[in-house]
Design a binder for this molecule. Structure first.
Ligand code: AMP
Ligand code: ZN
Length: 118
């Protein structure tokens, strides 16, 4: 079982933001912005490239609800999903990174200090 499936099954702890029957949002353990939340489908899907359109259609309002819950819906945020090896995907269970909490820079290599992402 992959680590995000273990989080879904509560075999691993997570700092959950929002959850329903099909989706879950929890804080990233190594935040790269003041707000860094991961949004996943509960069923195991390897990446965006494998996800079906029905799941994506339902995931969209869930992600919007997560943004409202975090209070970034008005100020804005960034959604990122890494796909495969060249995309830098480390956990092979589809997840969207929701980043926000300040004006995000648009570049690479800002390291792991959350505030350097601003
Ligand atoms: P990616 O490189 O797109 O696959 O991103 C994987 C993300 O999962 C990274 O930002 C990690 O910090 C995060 N991560 C790994 N393990 C955990 C965990 N147990 N709980 C929360 N976030 C995690
Ligand atoms: Zn999984």
């Amino acid at each position: 079982m992959c680590i995000f499936c273990k989080i879904v099954e509560k075999e691993l702890p997570s700092n959950t933001v929002l959850e329903n029957e099909e989706f879950m949002a929890f804080h990233d353990i190594y935040p790269k912005a003041p707000i860094h939340v991961l949004v996943i489908p509960k069923k195991h899907v390897e990446s965006f490239h494998e996800v079906d359109s029905d799941t994506m259609a339902k995931m969209t309002p869930f992600i919007q609800e997560v943004a409202r819950t975090l209070g970034v819906d008005k100020t804005g945020y960034r959604l990122v999903t890494n796909i495969g090896s060249d995309g830098g995907q480390e956990v092979l269970h589809l997840h969207f990174h929701l980043l926000g909490g300040g004006k995000l820079r648009w570049d690479h290599g800002h390291g792991d200090d959350p505030h350097k992402a601003l």
